[in-house]
Design a protein. Structure first.
Lengths: 447, 208
């Protein structure tokens, strides 16, 4: 027993961090939350702690089994980050041997899993453990090949790890996904015929650790132990000490909850980076929809090129059209008004869903009012119907420039609420009208 | 181009970023396509455009020669106004009308840099050093982002995400502007065509 305990303790204590499980008492949590330190030498106190641990693990195992779907576990296997040095390996080997002998408590099977999981609650950059972990599981599976207990252990492993993996502490975006996966995993685990093989166990370990995200890809990875090591390393990188703390407390925090994806590092920096990248790709997709001809293009650089070209072409078009508008006559005529209204009708109908223009405007033509003015009034009327908020002082179509200026002022103030209206008008007036406009008789513009 | 039924037609002053204040009840901002393609927006803009054009013409110098640049700026200001100042580019357009020169002067400490420094010379030199394809690609992307930032008004020094958002809005707005101006130009030119004809006919009638 002592050897067992010692080995267990070694197993658990060699990891820099003790796992923190929700169901654990504060003692455990305190142990777990401590950042990676040198593993405490096994001693009497340690063994006591270990026994406690084991007991708790047992309870937790049971609880986790029942709560596998509950998703309250902070016992995340996703953090296989504690460095498993070589001794644990031996201890682990010893553990399976212990299994048939005397794990006095039923949660033995769960325990090894727990112990293994403890390793992962390390913080930050401990790479070694993950590999060890897989080895643990694989070794266990090997050992268990001949033992029924092993099979169960595997099952336990999967179950618990899936339970633990259900919630990556603060990283909780799509818990359903993870849970669903865990359920399937658990079922597969328990029903296991392949228990004795390395790969499935390793597979199960991994998926449980990395919840959510890329299941398929990871499972492929999981088939290779070497890759497993890498993946575990990545998993280890997932959880900083902050994460463990947060998992401990599981407080509702204010920041954006991001689900750590499978096979991806999850320390805070890379998380933020990933969020940022996702935002950017989202916006790029939006732009892709806007800019015609960008669907075929892949890659940011080329797409950005396309977008730039498109914007430039649009701006050129605006310039060209403005030049055209500048040269167009605006004779004052009723026919003109009707024409314009009709044209606007057509344009509006083409591009808009509603045709709002009244058919006739029984107002006289002001000397200053031209077709543009009628357009204006038509637009205003329709707009007033549409947008009561933008109330224009629409006084009988007596459009003087002052009134037009008034329109500007109203809009400006409503929009910007700054006192730059005068400046605006001043700026407009101070525009140096380039003499590029053709000054032929066509240019006679009357409004 | 298919016009999407206006999900949120009026550009209400609700702040787009829901994540800034999670407690806010404002709906997330409409995507630029829907926002700028609603009939309301077009009418709004056309009205404003007409206003602006009239104002420009009124302010035009006695020779009644309206510069195309003035028209363009009026059109842009109208567009920016229609955006209701919610987007950076619109604010940049509206504000920079005033103090374009002043800003430059203040920024440059009195010296106006006519020529932008040739930053292009530097990256090629650095590319030799960091010859990883990933680094190169990153640089390309960054260059293009900067270029985009220069094109979109008021987006020179923006982070990529914001810049792309602004660019999307700007593209949609530009599309609407082009559409409206084209219609207007066609209408006016058609009217212009018809009027001289009428005048000629009148003259002919009078003459005969």
């Amino acid at each position: 027993m002592d050897t067992d305990l010692n080995s267990i303790s070694y197993l658990s204590l060699n990891y820099d961090h003790q796992p923190v499980l929700d169901h654990f008492d504060s003692a455990l949590s305190s142990i777990v939350s401590s950042p990676s330190t040198a593993p405490p030498p096994p001693g009497p106190t340690n063994s006591l702690v270990i026994r406690e641990l084991i007991g708790r693990l047992g309870t937790i195992c049971n609880n986790n089994k029942s709560l596998a779907a509950g998703g309250d576990h902070s016992t995340n296997t996703s953090c296989y980050s504690t460095p498993l040095s070589s001794p644990p390996k031996s201890s682990l080997h010893s553990i399976p041997s212990m299994n048939p002998n005397s794990m006095p408590f039923p949660p033995d099977q769960g325990f090894t899993e727990r112990a293994a999981r403890m390793s992962c609650f390390g913080s930050g950059p401990h790479m070694a453990v993950s590999g060890q972990l897989s080895r643990v599981s694989s070794s266990q599976s090997l050992m268990d090949a001949g033992m029924t207990g092993g099979a169960q252990l595997e099952g336990e492993l999967t179950v618990q790890e899936s339970g633990g993996g259900a919630n990556n502490g603060r990283k909780r975006k799509a818990g359903v996904k993870g849970k669903g996966k865990e359920a399937s995993l658990a079922s597969s685990g328990t029903a296991n015929s392949k228990m004795s093989e390395e790969d499935p166990s390793a597979k199960r370990c991994k998926p449980d650790c990395k919840v959510g995200g890329k299941k398929g890809g990871v499972e492929e990875k999981n088939s290779n132990s070497s890759e497993n090591n890498n993946d575990d390393r990545e998993n280890k990188n997932e959880n900083d000490s902050d994460n463990t703390d947060s998992k401990l407390a599981e407080p509702p925090k204010d920041y954006i909850h991001v689900r750590a994806r499978r096979g991806q590092a999850t320390d805070s920096h890379s998380l933020a980076e990933r969020v940022r990248r996702e935002k950017i790709s989202e916006r790029m997709k939006l732009l892709q929809d806007l800019v015609p001809g960008c669907n075929k293009v892949t890659g940011k650089a080329v797409m950005l090129d396309e977008i730039i070209n498109y914007v430039q072409s649009l701006q050129h078009q605006v310039e060209f059209l403005s030049m055209k508008l500048a040269t167009v006559d605006a004779p004052e005529d009723c026919n003109m008004d009707n024409l314009l209204r009709k044209d606007m009708h057509q344009a509006c109908d083409r591009s808009m869903q509603q045709a709002v223009y009244p058919s006739a405007f029984p107002y006289p033509n002001q000397p200053q009012a031209g077709p543009l003015n009628s357009l204006l009034t038509a637009n205003s009327i329709s707009n007033m119907g549409m947008q009561p908020a933008s109330n224009l002082p629409f006084d009988g179509f007596g459009n003087t420039s002052a009134q037009i200026g008034g329109f500007w002022e109203d809009d400006l103030q409503s929009v910007v609420q700054m006192g730059f209206v005068q400046n605006q008008e001043g700026a407009l007036s101070s525009q140096s009208f380039q003499g590029s406009g053709p000054s032929s008789s066509d240019m006679k513009i009357e409004l | 181009m298919a016009s999407i039924p206006s999900s949120s037609s009026s550009p209400s002053p609700s702040q787009p970023k829901a994540r800034k204040k999670p407690g806010q009840t404002t709906s997330p901002p409409p995507p630029p396509q829907t926002k700028w393609r609603t009939g309301t927006q077009e009418r709004l803009y056309s009205r404003r455009l007409v206003d602006a054009l009239q104002a420009t013409r009124d302010r035009a110098q006695p020779p009644e020669s309206v510069g195309s640049r003035a028209v363009k700026e009026a059109a842009d200001s109208a567009l920016a106004m229609t955006a209701r100042g919610q987007s950076r580019w619109s604010r940049a357009i509206l504000f920079n009308r005033n103090s374009c020169r002043k800003r430059v002067l203040v920024k440059a400490g009195g010296k106006i840099r006519r020529h932008r420094r040739k930053h292009q010379a530097i990256p090629p030199a650095m590319e030799g050093a960091g010859a990883t394809s990933g680094v190169l690609k990153e640089r390309k992307v960054k260059e293009r982002l900067k270029k985009l930032g220069r094109i979109v008004p008021g987006c020179k020094k923006l982070p990529a995400a914001t810049l792309l958002e602004e660019a999307a809005d700007y593209v949609a707005a530009l599309e609407m502007q082009v559409r409206t101006m084209r219609v207007l130009a066609e209408a006016l030119s058609a009217a212009a065509v018809s009027v001289p004809e009428e005048e000629e006919m009148e003259i002919a009638e009078q003459g005969s």
